[in-house]
Structure formats: C-alpha cells, structure tokens
Write a protein that binds this ligand. Structure first.
Ligand SMILES: Cc1cc2nc3c(=O)[nH]c(=O)nc-3n(C[C@H](O)[C@H](O)[C@H](O)COP(=O)(O)O)c2cc1C
Length: 174
C-alpha cells in the first residue's frame, strides 16, 4: 500500500474483532509515531498502551460510555508532553508545539495501523481529568486522544470531504 492509498483508505473504525493485536504490529505502529516530525525534534509526546479490560472499561466510561473503546484489544492514549517542549520553546512549546507533535505522531500511527490491516479511531471526546486519574497521567502531560486499536469488524463508507476550492486560497485569504 502506498502512502496515498493509506491516506484515502483509512477510516475511523468503531467495531472490532476479538482477535488480539500482535506485538510486532503494535511496535511498528508506535515506531511510525516516533518517525513523525516534531518541533526541534523534541518528540514531545507519550503514549500509554492499555490492554487490561478493567482499565479499558474505565476509559470507555470516561469517554461518555462509548463501549466500542473497551471492546478493542488495545487502547492507546496519546499525550502531549508540555514539560519537554516548554524547556526550549516556553509558552509556544507548552501550548502549541507539543499538541502538534502528538497530533503528527497520532496520524502516523493511524495510517500505520491501517496499512497493517488494523483499525482505529481518533477519540477526542472524553473527560481529561478522569482519564489522567485512571491511568496515572502526571500534570505535565495532557491526554489528547484515545485510539482503540484492533482488527476492524466493519467497513465504513468513506464520509465525504469538501472540495479543494472550499478551503484552498491563492496568495491571500479570501
Ligand atoms: C480531533 C478529532 C476528534 C475526534 N473525536 C471523535 C470522537 O470523540 N468520537 C468519535 O467517534 N470519532 C471522533 N473522531 C473521528 C471523526 O469523527 C472522523 O475522523 C471523521 O468523521 C472522518 O471519518 P474518517 O476518519 O473515517 O475519514 C475525531 C477525529 C478527530 C481528528
């Protein structure tokens, strides 16, 4: 699968088979995150790999009872590391770059998962404080997304995208 095939073929998956995810595949996905660009190459992000059923259930509850999250064999919690980035870039580092670093890594991981035959979904709707409490995330990290990860048990139709003309502006914004 080439990069364009992966970009267009990836879908948000919200239904998973019970089959476990092989460690080799999980490592490849995380490695894809590691090779994402990051501000000053500081790689200001972290990922918590959650497999324990009880913790997954608590995470699903923190995400307003989205049950499919706990049904995935793995939930990745993608966090921005404010401390690492602010050490060099001050406020811009802690408020912006670490979020961008984590988002770049996250998208790489979603694409890698798809290329390996796995599925996931960027879950942004959750109670941050509760997620921090459940998996022990310290103050200087901010959880940005939950990625339930597993073999897809659905093949969603691609949601439409806007035409280029809707958001591409030549020379100046208008
Ligand atoms: C920042 C962000 C937050 C999202 N939050 C949620 C969420 O809380 N729950 C959910 O089911 N999907 C969530 N999604 C997935 C989007 O709904 C999905 O990407 C979009 O509808 C396009 O579908 P596709 O990913 O299959 O192309 C989120 C995606 C992004 C990028």
């Amino acid at each position: 699968m080439d990069v364009f095939g992966a970009i267009k073929g990836r879908r948000s998956i919200r239904k998973f088979k019970k089959d476990p995810v092989e460690n080799e595949k999980l490592n490849k996905i995380i490695e894809a995150g590691i090779w994402a660009p990051s501000a000053g190459n500081l790689q200001s992000w972290e990922v918590v790999v959650v497999k324990e059923p009880e913790l997954k259930e608590k995470l699903a509850a923190a995400a307003y009872l989205r049950e499919f999250i706990s049904q995935a064999p793995i939930v990745l919690v993608i966090c921005a590391n404010k401390r690492v980035c602010s050490s060099i870039y001050d406020k811009r580092g802690s408020e912006l770059y670490c979020i961008q670093d984590a988002a770049c890594a996250g998208e790489n991981m979603l694409l890698a998962a798809h290329a390996l035959g796995l599925g996931s979904c960027w879950i942004g709707a959750f109670d941050e404080e509760l997620v921090c409490e459940i998996i022990n995330i310290p103050d200087l990290l901010r959880p940005l997304a939950l990625f339930p990860l597993g073999y897809p048990d659905e093949k969603p139709y691609p949601p439409p995208r806007d035409d280029m003309g809707e958001f591409v502006h030549q020379e100046k914004f208008h």
